[in-house]
Design a protein around this ligand. Sequence first.
Ligand code: SF4
Length: 196
Amino acid sequence: MTDTITYEEYGNLYLNITNRCTARCEFCIKFYTDGVYGYNLHLSKEPAVDEIITALQQHNLSQYNEVVFAGFGEPLTRLDDVLTIIKWLKQYKTFVRIDTIGHVLLYYPKRNVVAELKASGLDAISISLNAHDQNTYNQLCHPSKLEAYQSVLKFARQSQKAGIKTRLTVVKLPIIDMKKCQRIAEGLGVDFKIRG
Ligand code: SF4
């Protein structure tokens, strides 16, 4: 079976470029199912940049509201590849968003990641906040670095300041205090969304 690199839903085109992740969230659907919207998102191998661009070329990009990096993994584990693909997409004036767990600053401490994302032309970023405090976050998301929660907040703050449309999201679970999460988003001046 061919791997699913691109898939469509809600008038958007989604990019599934990795199955690696820097967290292991209790609620992650990849542990319970093969994919979403009828697409199998398990990859037999990570597609190379030229394979991703070939997959994108099969689509009329002007028909989509957004092209979104979102699959069964954390796209920013492939930061340089993501930057290359965004620059390629922006030739077509595509609106580009990344859905991310937001740990990227921890993994590239010597780089100005947000400035690089902004310079590539990235329009929007949706960051999974997932909890109202670090303890709950670590309990729920099992990040590979325990200080990840503070880094997520820093990343959101920097993105908003850089002029990237920034959103924090949480999954609706009883363990999560939605009001506190919303106040965190408001404090950072970013959008807030509760995921189903
Ligand atoms: S960050 Fe996303 S892909 Fe990674 S474990 Fe959590 S839900 Fe799954």
